[in-house]
Write a protein that binds this ligand. Sequence first.
Ligand code: HEM
Length: 348
Amino acid sequence: MEDSIIEEGRLMAEAFEMKEGTQFNPKVLVTNTVGNVITRFVFGFRFEYGDPVFEKLAEDFELSFESFSITSLGSVFPFLYYTPLYTNFRRPIQDVVSYIKSVVNDHRRSFDPLHLRDVIDLHMAEVKGQRDENKMAAIEEGWEWKFIFELYAAGLATTTDTLRWAILIAAQHPQLVHEVQKEIDDVIGGRSPKFSDQSLMPLTGATMLEITRIRPVVPLGVPRCTSRDAVVQGYHIPKNTTVLMNLWELQTSPKYWKEPDKFNPYRFLSEDHKTIVSHRALNPFGIGLRVCLGEKLARMQLFIIFTSLLQRFTLRLADDSLSVGMEGKAGLAYGPLDYNIVLEKRNV
Ligand code: HEM
């Protein structure tokens, strides 16, 4: 997957370059880029920038996430999803599911067990192998669309919104960007960034950590349910209770952090600034057995795409967006408000 991310990082930087001299909202290009990493993995192809099929897919996900926010009434009273109040949630989800099923069916028609193209083919080969051996399928046929839907739902908005925070924060902190760019120039130079570069780039790594600390895009984690009665710090929590993790509190409370509202990557660096120092209260991908399944993939994307961008451009906020701050908007992920940027190309 790393090759796909490197390729998408390069293509995104090229698409940004076409915008030089204009002011633009990076959201569409970032969403398309992150979407393509998942799309290549599951479907075996990519969407060109501006492809109306992808634009509709992304819009449908966003619409449904808006109604699916953890702060929405339907999260507390799930039966409401089946009432007219949640038509806006159901219609886009149905459209997404139809599209995914149509691609899965295309794969079924053109399936060749000697030439496996992507995750859908791998799954079909697995089901066929089990059927040939008369075994009960560990993963059922017809299950593919659910798995694909979950990958998009869990991976698209979260990674896109983290990158949108990263770009906003980069535009607000020119001096820090200058130092990160020096590290990029020293370690990577003009070639494409790869994930292993991060081990030689403590300031860039610490900057990524600080971005995920100051704005956790899944601030209340994913709702979980207790499988038995439990007692936590004296509180009795009965079986079958929905529980949330308050990652926001963990990552932004003065109980755990000095000047938590200040964007300061140096808090994650050793005194000599050569090593990354982790912190127990930093858990943007959750905690425990059900920690984010896509953590490694997400970290890889964040590093490669962010460095691909800063390697080639210095960014600033457009005049109409100077007042955009750190206030966000809740959907399934917590992303920044829309903003426009202006690019200046670097000599690399
Ligand atoms: C910056 C990006 C991301 C963040 C901040 C993030 C965060 C999270 C969090 C907080 C959870 C809940 C964990 C828990 O309950 O302890 C979660 C679950 C999950 N994430 Fe992510 N995620 C990101 C990207 C991704 C990506 C790229 C994928 C895959 C394509 C993904 C797939 C999943 C899945 C499948 C789960 C559910 C795991 C389970 O229930 O066992 N995530 N994520």
